[in-house]
Ligand binder design. Structure first.
Ligand code: NCD
Length: 303
């Protein structure tokens, strides 16, 4: 992981394992005072978000602060980007402020890679277009491993708008490195067949029940309406075919984990009963977001 963190694809299994083990050290016990560290004292992290975000941006900010670093967040709407400044000019300006790392989210796939070629500052990808969202896959793996001894041999169903999901791609790279079996499921218009060959051990199905049968993990994805130019299915039909309901959960493994990167749309991707059920680990994912991002920031900044 030279310099920053651009994607899961380029990480080795031992590098991923190191991050996941370190993230465990940073998990906060319930009912215990929040632990703060001095590990990144004097370092400055700039969060640069050109796309909407709640969980990712705040958790990077909390992670930086818990490690003793200074963190500032810049969102496109409140910056000179909305005054027409180009990406390179915005980045050169930020670079001149000498941050120790830049965390970046952008609607264009490859934007952080472009930035990494132009700036000496380590870049952490917080989601680039439909390409990768590496810290999401890391926090998902941390969450699964909090409940299972290993990822090897698990059946992980990823259901929804696969075509536009950077979460699906980063998870595919990570899960395949650890020997899990991934089943991708969604309507034909949102499930490109080429994805079956992105990583080993992947199958595709348009049938929700086939994906869920005996699954150890069900990851639900939002339909990324912001990336769609036309509606890919008749409005109102989506939940009937691809919405996760309690009756589905009964078909999966008895201790199935129901996950969602958020933001969730109740009644669109999953029912409220499922989102709030005992099988849902959606809020554990959010908590692990901070711990995993602490491990990533420490690794990137202490190199
Ligand atoms: C995801 C993203 O931005 O890719 N959200 C997140 O980071 N928690 C998924 C989404 O927006 O649906």
């Amino acid at each position: 992981m030279s310099g920053g963190l651009l994607g899961i694809e380029e990480l080795t299994r031992p590098e991923i394992e190191q991050i996941l083990v370190r993230a465990k050290d940073f998990q906060q016990g319930h009912n215990q005072p929040v632990r703060k560290y001095d590990l990144l004292r004097g370092k400055m992290i700039v969060n640069l978000f050109f796309e909407a975000s709640t969980r990712t941006r705040t958790s990077f900010e909390i992670a930086a602060k818990r490690l003793g670093a200074d963190a500032i967040s810049i969102t496109a709407a409140g910056s000179s980007v909305s005054k027409g400044e180009s990406l390179v000019d915005t980045l050169n300006t930020l670079g001149a402020m000498r941050p120790d790392a830049i965390v970046m989210r952008h609607a264009a796939s490859g934007a952080p890679h472009f930035l990494a070629r132009h700036l000496p500052t380590p870049i952490i990808n917080a989601g680039d277009g439909t390409h990768e969202h590496p810290t999401q896959a890391l926090l998902d793996a941390r969450t699964i491993l909090d409940h299972r001894p290993s990822l090897e041999g698990l059946k992980v169903a990823i259901i929804g708008d696969i075509a536009h999901s950077r979460v699906a791609r980063s998870n595919m790279y990570l899960l395949s490195k650890f020997g899990a079996h991934v089943v991708l499921c969604g309507p034909p218009t949102l499930l490109p067949r080429e994805l079956a060959s992105l990583t080993p051990n992947v199958t595709l199905t348009y049938e929700m029940r086939e994906a869920i049968q005996d699954a150890d993990v069900i990851m639900m994805l939002r339909v990324q309406l912001e990336r769609l130019h036309e509606t890919p299915f008749p409005p109102g039909e989506y939940f009937g075919f691809y919405g996760l309901r309690l009756e589905h959960v009964g078909m999966a493994s008895p201790d199935v984990l129901v996950m969602h990167p958020g933001p969730i749309n109740r009644g669109r991707e999953l029912s409220s009963e499922v989102a709030d059920s005992q099988r849902s680990v959606i809020l554990n994912q959010v908590e692990n977001g901070v711990a995993v991002r602490m491990a990533v920031l420490e690794r990137v900044l202490n190199q």
